[in-house]
Design a protein around this ligand. Structure first.
Ligand SMILES: Cc1ncc(COP(=O)(O)O)c(C=O)c1O
Length: 389
């Protein structure tokens, strides 16, 4: 099981991003962790090996990434998976038929699909609640509640969950608090410091940051829980390949440089949109008009580059989605390049229409992922896309 090096938590965030979890390679001293492209490892004799037997169980490139992200989150253990979704699936294998999970009602559509279309049929039960209100979380707890899973901020409505309150409720109920920290990243939000038990990411997004791989990562502090997840990682085998791990590891080295720029661009784009459309149509936790702005300020150090706007109708949304040039129309988020998307037909298409309507994921919603380009080019792009609207 991959545990951070003893000195990984000694340094500050930017130094950890570059160095944590990595040692110069022993053969030549390569400063960069090699891509260990191997499925197996030669053994010295029966039962005598260097700690590596088969690459599903362990791979040195993967371990470097696992330690690195664990250190960034302030965790002790990291487990890499083939996607963010595979990561959630493996985390859910910590539970058994009959167990009850409370889940935020506005999680990523693929997380909802996994729970509702697959895991529910295997005997796990799920209650979806508006986790913006801690009382609703508490009310949903029952004798078989084993976990509370929240995404904060949520995709795409940017709802915020009070993590300290949620962890208190979870622990009172004897349950785990599981946090999807994909949108905020450990640079802006530290769920373990607020009581989380498991933190996970789609590394596909900000952690990798360059839109060139798909991956997931679960981070833990607790030894016994980590042992169980290690067993699941090996037994279920949803592991990433070493090259994807290497790409993600290269990405995390600049996380502390990229996030302030995503945040600065996000704030300016949100302000421009609020000015143009009215603040009530722009959902960004960094705007004082966001209903949970104060909570966001208290548990986040910044707000990042994700913004959602309500343009009222699908036609108006389509006009903007098709007219932007630098903001490319595409799924996903968190890369250096700016993207624009339509949650109702893209990321949240797997959520039934009536449920989307109930949550407020309307046909007029457009989601922006602000990259790290020059802000004046981004604003000019928006200016021409919104012309005449
Ligand atoms: C917040 C969030 N969590 C999890 C996922 C799933 O990650 P992946 O696409 O790597 O499976 C996504 C994907 O968009 C996401 O936005």
């Amino acid at each position: 099981m991959t545990r951070i090096f003893d000195d990984d938590l000694d340094s500050r965030f930017g130094t950890r991003a570059i160095h944590a979890g990595q040692r110069p390679e022993p053969l030549a001293g390569a400063i960069m962790t090699p891509v260990y492209l191997t499925s197996t490892y030669v053994q010295d004799g029966l039962g005598r090996h260097k700690g590596y037997e088969y690459a599903r169980s362990a791979n040195p490139t993967r371990e470097a990434l696992e330690r690195n992200v664990a250190a960034l989150e302030g965790a002790h253990y990291g487990f890499a998976f083939a996607s963010g979704t595979a990561c959630v699936d493996s985390i859910m294998k910590l539970f058994e038929a009959g167990d009850h999970i409370i889940c935020g009602e506005n999680v990523y559509g693929g997380t909802f699909r996994l729970f509702d279309k697959l895991l529910r049929h295997l005997g796990l039960s799920f209650t979806y609640v508006d986790t913006r209100d801690p009382e609703r979380i508490a009310d949903a707890c029952g004798p078989r509640t084993r976990a509370i899973l929240v995404e904060t901020p949520t995709n795409p409505l940017m709802w915020i969950t009070d993590l300290a309150a949620a962890s208190e409720i979870a622990h009172r109920a004897g349950a785990l608090l599981i946090v999807d920290n994909t949108f905020a990243t450990p640079f802006f939000q530290r769920p373990f410091d607020l009581g989380a038990d498991v933190v996970f990411h789609s590394t596909t997004k900000y952690l990798n940051g360059h839109s060139d791989m798909v991956g997931g990562m679960a981070l833990l502090r607790d030894d016994a829980l980590a042992e169980r997840l290690q067993f699941i990682q090996n037994a279920a085998g949803a592991v990433p390949g070493p090259f994807d791990c290497w790409l993600a590891l290269r990405g995390t080295k600049t996380l502390h440089l990229r996030m302030p720029r995503h945040d600065a661009n996000g704030r300016q784009v949100a302000a421009w949109l609020a000015d143009r459309l009215g603040a009530d149509r722009v959902i960004y936790p960094g705007l004082s008009s966001h209903p949970q702005h104060a909570l966001a300020c208290s548990q986040m150090r910044g707000f990042g580059g994700m913004i959602t706007v309500d343009l009222g109708t699908k036609d108006r949304a389509a006009r903007v989605l098709e007219r932007t040039r630098i903001f490319s129309l595409a799924e996903s988020l968190g890369g250096v390049e700016s993207l624009i998307s339509h949650p109702a037909s893209m990321t949240h298409a797997s959520v039934p229409p009536e449920r989307r309507a109930q949550l407020g994921i309307t046909e007029g919603l457009v989601r922006f992922s602000c990259g790290v380009e020059d802000i004046d080019d981004l604003l000019e792009d928006l200016e021409q896309a919104f012309e005449g609207m």
